[in-house]
Design a protein around this ligand. Structure first.
Ligand code: ADP
Ligand code: MG
Length: 379
């Protein structure tokens, strides 16, 4: 490896979605924040117009010619990527960055290491995309903005990996700031930082990673997207963003019960995001507990994307005094979050562990996250 010593380190964080679940692809609102757990890309330059990606996850790096990227991607719908799936994230980023650009860029060696738990709903995928995109943007002198790099990450995830995800994760990972959430309008893509004031209020966010794995690209996620599209079509709108809480009575009359409950989740969740932003600004994070709890109930009963482990995590945290708690991420597993007093981390953690043991579930992984800065160059 001496030939391709890293010329720099770039990193991007995972994210926690504070509120606004499955609203992104409905052109609605989300309120994620970047977390302190990051993925680092050490990148070296090479003189042979090839790109090599390696990760601490695997001992098999993947190497291709830059000119070959256009033959590997996009991945046909429903197919697995032409490279090992993990490599489709960084290679997909390189492909998306180079697409349609007739520029001569140097080859690169990208070595990836991460502290973001994978498949836990904390978006290790956006972190790997953000780290790779930030590095290549600079080393290839592309001059793209953080927002444009978020969009590159999404293109990689949608078209190279083949996961039909929205823009939220990448936006949070690219644009996050310490002690702030990123309020994103997924239609206009306009974003705004909303101060959280966690440290000042002596609050903490406890993440409860259930270890139950989700599979984003398949099954339930696709099904929920279809239900949302169906609901929007029945309501005569292009996206559920355009349905308001006041329209729900009419929606109930027009569609079957399952579709209606899917629609009701999206419509009320969008309103909860707006309400959360307002409450954060007016009263601070201590006042958003009920909104978090209502969000979880909506996902549990209307959108039906929670699982028993997530419900146990939320219920146990609330019983132990959490201000609010909800599952976060796409659902069907992954993590829950609890907004708690910073002094209550140990007590709430112990209560959650006990509840999992009592239910016969494998012990969850518990850790706190601080709202942190987005992607940047480290060295
Ligand atoms: P999440 O984003 O919730 O963690 P995803 O399924 O969206 O889950 O993304 C996880 C996938 O991203 C992993 O299965 C792997 O393919 C890829 N990935 C994430 N981090 C890394 C890493 N450090 N090294 C290699 N691949 C990674
Ligand atoms: Mg992901």
């Amino acid at each position: 490896m001496t030939a391709h010593e890293p010329v720099g380190l770039w990193s991007a964080p995972g994210r926690v979605n504070l509120i606004g679940e499955h609203t992104d692809y409905n052109e609605g609102f989300v309120l994620p924040f970047a977390i302190s757990h990051r993925t680092v890309a050490a990148v070296g330059l090479r003189d042979d117009a090839r790109i090599r990606v390696a990760s601490t996850f695997t001992n098999e790096p993947v190497e291709v010619a830059l000119a070959e990227l256009n033959t590997l991607f996009p991945t046909p719908a429903g197919s697995a990527p032409a490279v090992p799936e993990w490599a489709a994230y960084p290679l997909g980023v390189a492909w998306a960055l180079l697409a349609d650009r007739a520029i001569d860029v140097p080859g690169v060696d990208i070595a990836i290491a991460s502290e973001v738990p994978v498949g836990a709903g904390l978006s290790s995928s956006a972190a790997i995309e953000g780290a790779a995109a930030s590095a290549l943007n600079e080393l290839w002198s592309l001059g793209l903005s953080a927002k444009e790099l978020a969009s590159i990450g999404r293109t990689a995830e949608n078209e190279a990996v083949g996961a039909p995800t929205g823009i939220m994760d990448q936006t949070a990972s690219m644009l996050g700031e310490p002690d702030a959430a990123v309020f994103l309008d997924c239609r206009s893509l306009q974003s705004e930082l909303v101060p959280l004031g966690m440290a000042e209020a002596h609050l903490a966010i406890l993440v409860i990673d259930t270890h139950v794995k989700h599979a984003h690209a398949t099954g339930g996620y696709r099904d929920r997207r279809d239900a949302c599209e169906r609901g929007a079509a029945i309501m005569g709108v292009s996206a559920l963003r355009d349905v308001s809480v006041a329209d729900l009575d009419r929606a109930a009359e027009l569609m079957d019960d399952v579709t209606f409950r899917r629609v009701r989740h999206i419509v009320t969740e969008n309103q909860r995001v707006l309400d959360t932003v307002e409450v954060l600004r007016a009263e601070g994070a201590r006042a958003i507990g009920d909104l978090l709890v209502a969000s979880h109930a909506s996902m549990r009963y209307d959108f039906e994307i929670s699982v028993a482990e997530l419900d146990t995590a939320v219920d146990a945290a609330l019983a132990a005094g959490a201000i609010g708690a909800r599952m976060t991420g796409g659902g069907f597993g992954g993590a829950g979050i609890a907004l708690i007093e910073a002094s209550a981390v140990d007590a709430v953690s112990a209560a959650v562990l006990t509840a999992f043991a009592d239910a016969g579930f494998a012990a969850p992984n518990l850790f706190t996250v601080a709202p942190s800065i987005g992607a940047h160059r480290d060295e």
